[in-house]
Design a protein around this ligand. Sequence first.
Ligand code: UDP
Ligand code: MG
Length: 205
Amino acid sequence: MEALILLKPDASYRLMVRHKVFSWLIRQQYGKLLSLKWFLPPEELIQQHYSFLSDRPFFPWLVKFMTTLPILVGKIQVSDSGLAGLRFDLGETQAHIARPNSIREMYGIYGGVNCVHLSDSPESAVSEVALWEKYVELSGGVDVDFSEPANAPDYTHRLRSLASLIKQNLHRDEASKVFTELLAAESQLNNQHVLCEIILESFEV
Ligand code: UDP
Ligand code: MG
């Protein structure tokens, strides 16, 4: 089957994290990465994609998170058991409690800011690919520069501990300021503040 892969904004724009996630996608033995490209998902697509979460308090934030900036979207050719393997590598949903050495533990920041979406079952893979292909061509190969960035830092674990302070309302202003500086140093984006704001907002809900 084909499964949907999305690099969420926290993976699409943090240069070293983007490189590391891509390296995992091409080195893993479970399936074959078919495509990846930049795409700005429209709100109605994300609302449908995450419709099972529409009554959760974080849903408005989640839709905003996934529709504010273009992100990397694509497909993986994979068997049922291969998809389970990839999901195991990815780790649990909430980044701050994901299994050590999983992708989300290593590169996700906190909670639902968890770097990667991957279809979570063969059934969702089929329905997600069908849904997304109504909006975007996903057959074009990998159309992104993933070469290792020179001197780009990866501050994931400092960002996570700052997020934890912010969530506990401890040193809030100072923690937010340092969080913004570190995220900016890791990332490549003209309107940097948009990425910072949308991530910081997730700690409010
Ligand atoms: N999410 C969140 N808070 C939660 C649960 C989910 O922000 O308590 C977000 C998170 O980004 C997650 C997405 O909603 O990846 C979809 O949730 P799902 O349960 O499908 O988790 P996944 O399959 O991504 O592990
Ligand atoms: Mg899911």
